[in-house]
Design a protein around this ligand. Structure first.
Ligand SMILES: Nc1nc2c(c(=O)[nH]1)N[C@H]1C(S)=C(S)[C@@H](COP(=O)(O)OP(=O)(O)OC[C@H]3O[C@@H](n4cnc5c(=O)[nH]c(N)nc54)[C@H](O)[C@@H]3O)O[C@H]1N2
Ligand SMILES: Nc1nc2c(c(=O)[nH]1)N[C@H]1C(S)=C(S)[C@@H](COP(=O)(O)OP(=O)(O)OC[C@H]3O[C@@H](n4cnc5c(=O)[nH]c(N)nc54)[C@H](O)[C@@H]3O)O[C@H]1N2
Ligand SMILES: [Mo]
Length: 731
């Protein structure tokens, strides 16, 4: 028996250390870090990974589709036949329609450095290019806001150990007990609670994080957060509680914001009373929290990203950062920039505190983007197609050139993504998938998306390959050690991309073996960050970076503003953004504003569909991953959270089967009747696998059957903005 250290790599971003017991080439048990403080303990998902490796529905061989798309009937074929077919189709589509008609859709399935979606993207770029997408499904609203306000979206949060320096922590739509948000965040929250630091949760749900750590819960209507934050600003301004010295020195445009707040623009002062009617939060609560945040310094406004995944979610992020600036909490220990609560890029060696991994497999320029400069507005445009937002793929496939898209799309390569379950409006997505000429899916499981593939390529899991990762509430490098041989004929990203490059006649895919790449990356880590050499990294599994003190975002900009201006046009924190003003788009105003969402409770549609649906991330899954793992399924069933009052008026009791529906689709699922969600709001956690019955009604609990396929003006997924009705199923 041997115990092999490795690091978990799934799509929660925790990247937690694991100790894998292996006997005769089989994983028998998984433990986690139990030595040295702070311990980096993995959650239930990582510890259950054995069932994932040996899951009966693992894809072990390449397959071709023999039934209709979506039906799930496939036949085993050889790797040679699979890649020959794929190469033939890539040549055909590229030569007949041009490379832009090939869409590359890479998700965040795993968060490695070498074995990543980038491997295939590199091969496709060398083959002549392909359409990639711009925008993050997670936090494009936060990204837009950070770029507009601070001029950068990198490293905007502190290491979580800095929470212990705070005197007040506001968890705004933030539930790290479930979402992890870097391995070990909860350890610092636990210590903060023990220290007596007040913790407040602002969330439509009484979350596990609120239950474990918060003294107070402030329920708020989804999509209305900007109104509450702006009313808090009103209280701070009218009571003279702002840090005027900070505003004068480090920001531009506060006066314009102030005019707006006081109602000089539209005659409506943005008072707590004004916000109460919108948010459902009592005016006194809003005023109280405003005073507390303004007078308790330092305070950390931990702004989660879920409120940013609403119709005008970027305004929430802009308002939160403005509040952080008004209270002078930026760039100081215990404070925070109130940007996305879990900070910079956390995968593949790019954690907030670690710049790009040195020495990784590069992606060359994409030929189809040669003549497309990124638009002159904040957004995550680098390294991708500037014309197609990630949330609007189905729309682009269905409408093509006629709909104003740059081309007609014909072939799609899907890797590390469960496109069907994770994109808004499943029925529209399925229609788009039926329209394509050819679909390749690289997967580990027969997911709802895999069922639409023409050719299925089986990837191995991180237990079956060597790589690196990084992360942590306090930063670390993780070594991914292969624990067992690849199951069946599954292969790694790097192997698959290398084989494909061969078939495509791409010669310069790689001048190094896999082992040479890994050694080069390890050497980069040692050189730049003082990590041990590769042999030692493999032995220890995780290298905890020693820091003398917590990382503070924008510290240099605050301590030495002349030497380190903010990377904005003005060099300052832009409460008013001239670049946004130039856009002249009332939906992307130069100062943060509350804009009422579509499908709000005031929408006439609310007469038919009166409940606001949110789609939170689930404890026992990473998105759609692990949904098929029995140990995890035992923990908590997929269910619709509904308030007691809304349930009673519909005759629904806890555990009853209910029908959740709107004009876009229907889901039948059990109800979890609870006081832990506010009246008027229901939650169907995201990631459950779409499982339609013969009538096309989803029985899997896939929330995106109900969400609307339209992005916010900044390009954010609006997956927390949708109206639904719920009724009890009569058997
Ligand atoms: N276990 C687990 N962990 C994960 C993931 C996972 O799927 N499972 N996914 C990972 C990824 S890729 C990401 S991007 C992050 C996502 O992390 P988040 O976006 O933070 O996760 P959510 O659960 O969607 O939302 C957090 C909280 O916001 C609340 N909320 C929803 N809408 C609103 C609103 O309009 N206003 C306010 N104030 N609150 C609202 C929800 O009730 C929830 O409690 O998590 C990462 N971690
Ligand atoms: N309604 C709603 N929709 C949402 C969200 C929401 O909050 N609400 N959240 C959004 C967010 S924040 C995100 S980040 C996206 C996530 O969207 P996705 O990235 O599409 O989600 P995952 O479920 O992680 O899908 C990853 C797929 O990759 C596979 N996979 C895992 N490891 C590997 C590997 O090594 N190789 C290969 N080839 N495949 C692998 C898994 O089996 C899984 O099917 O979803 C978005 N969708
Ligand atoms: Mo995400």
């Amino acid at each position: 028996m041997s115990i092999i250290p490795t690091t978990c790599n799934t799509h929660c971003g925790g990247s937690c250390p694991l100790k894998v017991h292996v006997e005769n080439g089989t994983i028998t048990r998984i433990e986690t870090d139990d030595e040295g403080e702070p311990q980096f303990r993995a959650c239930l998902k990582g510890r259950a990974f054995r069932q994932r490796v040996y899951a009966p529905d693992r894809l072990l061989y390449p397959m071709k589709r023999v039934g209709d798309r979506g039906e799930g009937r496939f036949q085993r074929i050889s790797w040679d036949e699979a890649l020959d077919t794929v190469a033939r189709e890539l040549f055909r589509v590229r030569d007949v329609y041009g490379p832009a008609s090939i869409i590359f859709r890479g998700g965040g399935g795993d968060l490695h450095v070498l074995h990543q979606r980038q491997a295939i993207l590199r091969a496709l770029c060398l083959f002549g290019g392909c359409t990639t997408t711009w925008g993050y499904l997670s936090y494009e609203g936060a990204c837009f806001s950070a770029l507009a306000t601070y001029g950068t979206e990198k490293a905007t949060s502190h290491t979580m150990d800095d929470l212990l320096n705070s005197r007040l922590i506001i968890m705004w739509g933030w539930n790290p007990v479930v979402t992890v948000h870097r391995c070990n965040t909860t350890w610092y929250l636990a210590q903060a609670r023990e220290k007596g630091i007040p913790i407040v949760s602002v969330d439509p749900r009484y979350t596990d994080s609120a239950a474990a750590f918060a003294q107070r819960w402030v329920p708020i209507r989804p999509g209305t957060d900007a109104a509450m934050l702006i009313a808090m600003a009103y209280v701070i301004i009218t009571e003279g509680l702002q840090d005027q010295g900070f505003l004068d020195r480090y920001t531009v445009g506060f006066d314009k914001f102030k005019d707006c707040i006081l109602g000089k623009e539209d005659g409506v002062p943005k008072t707590p009373g004004w916000a109460e009617a919108i948010t459902g939060v009592p005016a006194e609560t809003i005023a109280g929290l405003a005073r507390e945040y303004a007078t308790t310094k330092p305070a950390a406004l931990m702004a989660g990203i879920a409120a940013g995944r609403t119709a005008y979610g970027e305004q929430y992020h802009r308002a939160a950062t403005t509040l952080a600036a008004m209270t002078g909490n930026i760039g100081i220990h215990g404070g925070g920039a109130a940007e996305r609560a879990f900070g910079g890029d956390y995968w593949g060696g790019q954690s907030a505190y670690l710049p790009l991994t040195p020495g990784r497999l590069p992606v060359p320029p994409n030929a189809i983007e040669k003549d497309n400069p990124p638009p002159a507005r904040p957004g995550r445009f680098y390294g991708c197609s500037v014309r197609l937002n990630i949330g609007m793929l189905a729309d682009a496939i269905l409408k093509g050139r006629e709909g104003g898209y740059p081309t007609d799309y014909k072939l799609m390569w899907i890797v590390n993504a469960n496109f069907v379950t994770q994109t808004t409006d499943v029925n529209k997505t399925l229609e788009a998938l039926r329209k394509l000429e050819f679909i390749v899916v690289q997967e580990q499981f027969m997911t709802p998306t895999a069922k639409y593939a023409d050719i299925l390529l089986p990837d191995n899991t991180f237990m079956e390959r060597n790589d690196f990762t990084s992360g942590g509430a306090t930063p670390f490098f993780g070594c991914v050690n292969q624990t067992i041989a690849s199951r069946g004929e599954s292969k790694s990203h790097f192997e698959i991309a290398s084989l494909l490059a061969n078939k495509l006649g791409v010669e310069d895919f790689s001048n190094k073996t896999e082992a040479e790449w890994l050694r080069q990356i390890a050497a980069g880590y040692s050189q730049v960050y003082g990590a041990p050499d590769y042999a030692e990294m493999k032995r220890v599994g995780v290298h905890k970076l020693k820091r003398t003190e917590p990382y503070v975002a924008f510290r240099e900009q605050i301590e030495e503003p002349e030497k380190y201006p903010f990377p904005t046009p003005s060099g300052k924190i832009e409460i008013y953004s001239e670049s946004l003003a130039k856009l002249n788009d009332p939906m992307l105003p130069p100062v943060p504003k509350y804009i009422e969402t579509w499908e709000s409770i005031n929408d006439p549609l609310a007469a038919k569909y009166p409940l606001q649906l949110i789609t939170s991330h689930f404890k026992r899954r990473a998105h759609s991953q692990f949904d098929n793992i029995p140990w995890l399924r035992e923990l908590e069933p997929q269910a619709l959270w509904i308030n007691v009052r809304d349930a009673e008026s519909r005759g629904i009791r806890d555990g009853d089967m209910v029908r959740v529906f709107n004009d876009r689709g229907q889901v039948v699922i059990s109800a979890r009747v609870s006081e832990r969600i506010m009246p008027g709001v229901v939650d169907l956690p995201e990631g459950a696998w779409y499982d339609p019955d013969t009538k096309g009604v989803d029985r899997g609990g896939c929330c995106n059957v109900l969400t609307r396929n339209v992005t916010s003006p900044a390009g954010a997924l609006s997956s927390n903005t949708a109206l639904v009705q719920v009724e009890k199923m009569i058997a």
